[in-house]
Design a protein around this ligand. Structure first.
Ligand SMILES: Nc1nc2c(c(=O)[nH]1)N[C@H]1C(S)=C(S)[C@@H](COP(=O)(O)OP(=O)(O)OC[C@H]3O[C@@H](n4cnc5c(=O)[nH]c(N)nc54)[C@H](O)[C@@H]3O)O[C@H]1N2
Ligand SMILES: Nc1nc2c(c(=O)[nH]1)N[C@H]1C(S)=C(S)[C@@H](COP(=O)(O)OP(=O)(O)OC[C@H]3O[C@@H](n4cnc5c(=O)[nH]c(N)nc54)[C@H](O)[C@@H]3O)O[C@H]1N2
Ligand code: SF4
Ligand SMILES: [Mo]
Length: 761
């Protein structure tokens, strides 16, 4: 028996875990790490199941190649040769824009995903770059880019010090928070109320978070931008602003006044369903609180006015004087990534997608238009796809259409531990090692912690002989994409990336490495893998003067203190001020104004998360499925009675239809139904998941409707009709063919060119 410690890699909360393992390396228990200064022993049911997840017998242990409907385990050499032939066959026949890549959610959690995302993208040389960002948080980043200049500047509620927290479209008591890393979020909410603070939740469902709150406000799905406009209008009309409390220069107040002018509480109330007096009171309470923070997430990001909503959230935080101030919303000072802030003002829409003409944001296109790019013939049609840690058939809007489109590709390669709804279309699957065999450092999640904090976890178990790390797999893909062939050495690429970081740092004025010799600096780095060497370098360049060795000496993590005001050093708008009224948003505000008189749809669909699920990929673990973790349609009893619903319902939208068991509950607003996403495993080779299949909520979400500025998908407020299932009614089942053919061909080797954007480079 031995004890080991590591950060939980599943959700955004970065909890520390204490594991015990037997002599054979099997996990015998997982508990919260009581010595972690940030999570202090907290663990949720998913973290407690880490051993079962890690030891899932259905995880792939060797690369797989598909021949027709048959899968064959192959050696890594054979797998990479097949990838080399497949990708280069497509490049030779159709050019590089015929390639597409999709980075799924876990690439935001793995060290390899962080290190290799940019090099791989650059080596592919295609405009067809997609990720889970456009079904998640990109509206928040675009809003940050427009207001602060820096799309990596995400305002985090100062959860442990605030006096008043307004949560809009998030359910952290279940999700444990997102873009706000706070282990034991529910405990921190209880502490807020215990110290006399107030918690208000705006949600079309009475969630677990709402049940903990002083006040729960029902809002009509998709209308938060109206509610927030009503709050902004009140703050301005009643002169409740405290801009003097904001420590940076703020511009655009007059423009904002003009934009918000006709969104009176009375007017917006008719659209969002919140009584005008309540909107006025919400504004007054936010302004009067000694400190207050507005926090919003998925319910407001995956909405048609996603970017406008995220902008308005930070406008309210600014107007009430709570921007960059203790108890308000603040900006984490992370240990590792400060070096990567470019200081260049954000600009979006630099090109448009081929088929639908939708603008790029942050260098990527909306995954909502991936199927268009695969299906629309012509120059630049996508013929080959790489997915890394993603399951877009279940997670992207109109998943069934993607399912059909993937079946038509010439070549597909997936880096994933599972043969699932998406990877079943692959020609080659490259499985990463078990979680316990990977080192872990949350490059990205540690940029949004509610205290400054850092923690590194070395692998607990070694790789088996001949097994590849995820970093090596992604490095090989990068080299193949760059035309270096299937046999190129991944270590060479690691050295190149680390060398570029050091090369940039020695030239960067004021950097701790300024003027030093890169070779000497390289010799001083420690780390057992490329990502660890990279981490060591950027920790040393970071604001705390840390190193990988120092983090190894502190296996429970390091508390780096409460958040401090720091916006002044982040703002990089062209004007140098925080922009309250960025011009690119004006057309969106006009569009919003145009909706003031629109009649709301009779019935709309929203999503919901479940405590024991994590998107689509934990349903094969027996301890996590069943009981309350079922895929059901939440319906208000009054709607169920009106529509005659019992048993199963047939739900239809513009995109598709499905049948699903009905669960009536008073917790949901009348006129709204809710379906969790990530289900739909019928026929899966994952045995437990197939027994708890559920349906794919994204058979109903409409890929043709997006948030225009960010390209984000719309999962909430989807117009639907709901009817009882009558004998003989059969919902359309989504099915996809398997007709894929591997391309072939060879390419001349060329140099790998990788440019990391850094302040110094
Ligand atoms: N247990 C669990 N935890 C998770 C995940 C998981 O799948 N399961 N996923 C992780 C990921 S990837 C993410 S991004 C985070 C997300 O974290 P959260 O955003 O906290 O997650 P959700 O539970 O989706 O919360 C969204 C809430 O918005 C509400 N809502 C829907 N439509 C609207 C609307 O129009 N307006 C308003 N105001 N509210 C609306 C929903 O009812 C729901 O309660 O969770 C992470 N943590
Ligand atoms: N209707 C609706 N749809 C939604 C949402 C919603 O609220 N409603 N939420 C959206 C959100 S917030 C998100 S983040 C997306 C998620 O969308 P995706 O990222 O596309 O989907 P996941 O279900 O997270 O799939 C993760 C994949 O990564 C694999 N994986 C797990 N660990 C690793 C690893 O260490 N390495 C590698 N290489 N692979 C790994 C899993 O097997 C799985 O195939 O879903 C979105 N879809
Ligand atoms: S809350 Fe998230 S990080 Fe914490 S134990 Fe659960 S899944 Fe892991
Ligand atoms: Mo997400």
């Amino acid at each position: 028996m031995r004890t080991a410690h590591r950060t939980c890699p599943i959700c955004d909360a970065v909890c520390g875990l204490r594991l015990t393992l037997d002599d054979a390396g099997r996990v015998t228990s997982v508990k919260g790490d009581p010595d972690d200064p940030f999570s202090k022993g907290f663990v949720c049911p998913k973290g407690a199941s880490l051993g079962h997840i890690d030891e899932d017998p259905d995880r792939l242990r060797a690369p797989m190649v598909r021949e027709g409907d048959d899968w064959r385990e192959v050696t890594w050499e054979e797998a990479f040769r097949a990838v080399h032939e497949g990708l280069n066959g497509v490049i030779d026949a159709h050019g590089r824009d015929a390639l597409a890549v999709y980075f799924g959610n876990p690439t935001f959690h793995t060290m390899a995903g962080f290190m290799y995302r940019m090099p791989l993208t650059q080596s592919l040389g295609t405009r067809n770059v997609f990720s889970a960002s456009t079904i998640d948080q990109i509206p928040k980043q675009v809003a940050g880019g427009l207001m602060y200049g820096d799309a990596m500047a995400i305002a985090v509620p100062d959860l442990d010090r605030t006096d008043h927290l307004l949560v809009i479209g998030a359910n952290p008591a279940v999700s444990n928070g997102s873009l706000c890393a706070a282990p034991d979020f529910p405990g921190r909410l209880k502490a807020l109320r215990a110290r006399g603070g107030k918690l208000v939740v705006v949600d079309p469902r009475r969630t677990r978070t709402a049940a903990m709150a002083d006040e729960h406000v029902f809002v009509r799905p998709g209308t938060d931008a109206f509610l927030l406009m009503g709050i902004v209008h009140t703050l301005l009309a009643e002169d409740l602003t405290s801009l003097d409390r904001v420590g940076v220069e703020v511009g655009g107040l007059d423009e904002l006044r003009r934009l918000a002018d006709d969104f009176t509480p009375e007017t917006v109330s008719r659209v969002c369903g919140v009584p005008a007096e309540q909107i006025t009171r919400m504004a007054r309470e936010l302004a009067a609180a000694p400190s207050a923070a507005v926090y919003s997430r998925i319910g407001t990001c995956t909405a048609e006015f996603g970017t406008v909503t995220q902008w308005l959230v930070d406008v309210v935080n600014t107007l009430t004087g709570n921007l960059d101030r203790p108890g308000g919303v603040m900006f984490t000072r992370t240990a590792a990534l400060e070096f990567f802030r470019t200081g260049q003002p954000y600009s979006g829409g630099n090109w448009r997608s081929r088929a639908r003409g939708v603008p790029e944001a942050m260098g990527e296109l909306p995954v909502a238009t991936l199927a268009d790019e695969i299906e629309t013939p012509g120059e630049g049609q996508v013929r080959a796809l790489i997915t890394i840690a993603g399951n877009p058939v279940l997670s992207a809007p109109n998943g069934p259409r993607l399912d059909r489109a993937f079946a038509d590709l010439d070549f597909m390669v997936c880096v994933d531990p599972y043969l699932n709804e998406t990877t079943r279309h692959a020609n080659v699957i490259l499985p990463p090692p078990r979680m316990l065999q990977m080192p872990h450092y949350d490059f990205l999640l540690l940029t949004v912690t509610v205290r400054n904090y850092t923690r590194f976890s070395p692998p607990i178990l070694p790789l088996e002989p001949g097994q590849l790390s995820e970093a090596e797999i992604l490095a090989k893909l990068t080299l193949i994409a760059a035309g270096q062939g299937a046999d190129a050495d991944p270590a060479g690429l690691d050295e190149m990336i680390v060398g570029q970081i050091l090369g940039g740092a020695v030239q960067a004025p004021g950097s701790p490495f300024e003027g030093r010799d890169p070779a000497e600096l390289r010799a001083g780095l420690t780390g057992d893998s490329g990502p660890e060497l990279m981490l060591d370098a950027i920790l040393q360049l970071g604001p705390y003067g840390l190193s990988l060795a120092k983090l190894r000496e502190n296996p429970h993590g390091l508390d780096l203190g409460p958040l401090q005001p720091r916006l002044a050093e982040l703002v990089c708008t062209p004007s140098g001020r925080v922009e309250l009224a960025p011009e690119p948003l004006f057309p969106e505000v006009e569009r919003l104004r145009g909706r003031l008189a629109a009649a709301p749809p009779e019935m709309v669909l929203i999503g919901r998360r479940q405590l024991r699920s994590n998107n689509s990929w934990l349903h094969n673990v027996g301890t996590l499925v069943g009981g309350s973790n079922r895929c059901t349609l939440h319906v208000h009893p009054s709607d169920a009675a009106r529509l005659g619903l019992a048993g199963e319902a047939l739900v239809r939208s513009a995109a598709g239809e499905l049948t699903v068991p009905v669960e009536t509950t008073e917790s949901i607003m009348p006129g709204v139904v809710s379906l969790p996403h990530g289900w739909g495993h019928a026929g899966s080779s994952l045995r437990v998941a197939a027994e708890h299949a559920g349906v794919n909520a994204n058979a109903l979400t409409d890929e043709t409707v997006i948030d225009p500025l960010s390209g984000n998908a719309v999962f909430n407020g989807v117009p639907v009709t709901v009817a009882p299932v009558v004998q003989g009614t059969q919902a359309a089942q989504d099915s996809g063919g398997d007709a894929c053919s591997g391309g072939s061909g060879t390419r001349a080797a060329g140099p790998v060119t990788v440019t990391l954007t850094t302040r110094g480079a």
